[in-house]
Design a protein around this ligand. Sequence first.
Ligand code: ZN
Length: 408
Amino acid sequence: MKAVDERVDAMRSPSVPSRAAATYDVRRHNVAALLRALLKEGPAPRVDLAERLSMSSGTTTRITAELTRAGLLQELPALTSGDAGRPRVPLDLASARFHAVGIHVGLRRTTVGLVDLRGRPVGDKIRIPHGGELDPATVVGEAAERVAGLVPTTSAQIIGTGFTTVGRVDAASGRIRDHDMLGWTDVDIPALAAGRFPGLLVVDATQRALCRAEMWFGVDPGVRDFVHLYIGNVIGAGIVIDRELHHGQNEGAGHIAHLPLSRPAQLPCECGRGGCLMSVAGDRAIISRALREGVLTEERSVHDLAERARRGDSLADYLLRDRARAIGEAVAIVHDLLAPDQIIVFGTPLLVPDHITEIRREARRWMRRDFDADQLIKPSTLDDDAPVVAAATCVLERFYADPFALIG
Ligand SMILES: [Zn+2]
């Protein structure tokens, strides 16, 4: 993102209605470019920022002064140099002064936490088990209560709250259109929240939020197109084309849970077909198979099964490898359709790190053309905190587009 000189652009741009509006847009553009440069490339002196962003030194000085006054930037100790020139003072994001709240509503629990401007969790996450209570008003109310308890634990300013869940979410209105597993239909989150969440409230689908987190804090900035595959109790894909999230008609893009594969189903699926991705490779499918084949004698989680595989249980390892191969088949279909730069795997298939190679091997077998599987198929770099970080990223993304709109 290159910055532009304020006055020149304001006069040249034919698409803006007035010079005042144009100046505001250019200022916002330059502010965003500068913050993103510091986020992506780390602290830098003003002169380096000006050069990197092709911005005049006057504009750079004005913008950095404004951001410093607002508390968004901080000066680091001056760099010592051998020559007699002025000391170079690196500027950095004051990432600890502003936090976003992340709320993720999962199948079994809601998780709440604070995240700083660099997408790093701050303090401990709070887990709120649903305990069978899935009424949306109760779930939102409990989350609001815990957030209210969390906010006083930090001296940082809370810029907003990101709220995510799986299912189809209309991000513009903040409504959950439907969530089969929670049994929610047309749930208006902003109305239920009734202003109890601090700052700007952004509601989005977990899958897209994870994609945003990958875009901002995960994948290399040079990767323009990628697909983020989420495999767990639910399965979905986030599709990013030229660094833009693809929503699809009726928010329907990326619902690949029932993609038909060449394998037998491990349990009946709601879609009514045999052998879809969910019925072969979802967490419940693999547990169902483990119970049926005697690898597990009682209902346990995929985490337990993976722990056994890591400890050398060859049957547990075989089941999880076979599941990884099923995912590889799905990856090949996704690749043949979209040919993205990367396909990022996230979720329980990563519990045994070595199994990504199984996904790559099987994907290569199903692919229509040769490709470098190591470069194409990557494990996500996001960790267990990802759902909360991803929810908060929905707010951080707005912040980096126009920080003054959020901090007042
Ligand atoms: Zn299905």
